[in-house]
Design a protein around this ligand. Sequence first.
Ligand SMILES: O=C1O[C@H](COP(=O)(O)O)[C@@H](O)[C@H](O)[C@H]1O
Length: 235
Amino acid sequence: MSTVLTSPDAETLAAVIAQRMVDLLADVQRAGRTPSVVLTGGTIAIAAYRHVEGDTVDWTDVDFYWGDERFVPAGHADRNDQQARDAFLTRLGVPAHRQHAMPASDEGFPSIGAAADAHAEVLPEAPFDLVLHGMGPDGHIASLFPGFPQLHETERRVVDVTDSPKPPPQRLSLTLPVLNNARSVWLVVAGEGKADAVARALGDGTVDDTPASGAHGTAETVWLIDAAAASGLSV
Ligand SMILES: O=C1O[C@H](COP(=O)(O)O)[C@@H](O)[C@H](O)[C@H]1O
């Protein structure tokens, strides 16, 4: 069962996502564990990261992973890890050893497939505490695109994509079984251009036509969206 929480606009939504994230991380640390978070790229997520602040969280004691990455050189402005560093990880002093970035194209892997397999070794066995998903207008999450075979991967934990319909074409992505093993899965979506995909994902969409419809957490699945993205939902 998904919960839908609607904010009036994208800026308010960004602040709401950030506060919820801080609260969740603080709760996990109070329970005596090191939180593990899977970050997403995308417009509203990066806006939310800029709002993340506060000393209720020990930022040296949070493990950050990424749900997908653009397979371009390290430090490239297109990379989701670089955008997150610029938005909050550097500002908050998250140490490098807590940033479990996906491989980059200039790191000497013999192939993108080998890079995917190497990253699978970096992932924890324990479930993630929180997975954040952005969603494209086509309903894609991470780099799992409508109709693509990677949506049905059950053996590999990390897959390579070499023909992404959204540039850049080469990407790495966690798979749905790994992502859905998280306790909390939040889908963060803003803008009217995503309203149809939101309605499909929460309605009669399938994983193949709307990959976001296949995103679920083991404890909670929360859609954090703005009014424009919610405009296709019946009240
Ligand atoms: O390519 C990607 O797109 C989605 C959504 O991005 P947006 O700019 O339409 O908000 C993002 O969730 C994913 O991580 C990213 O690699």
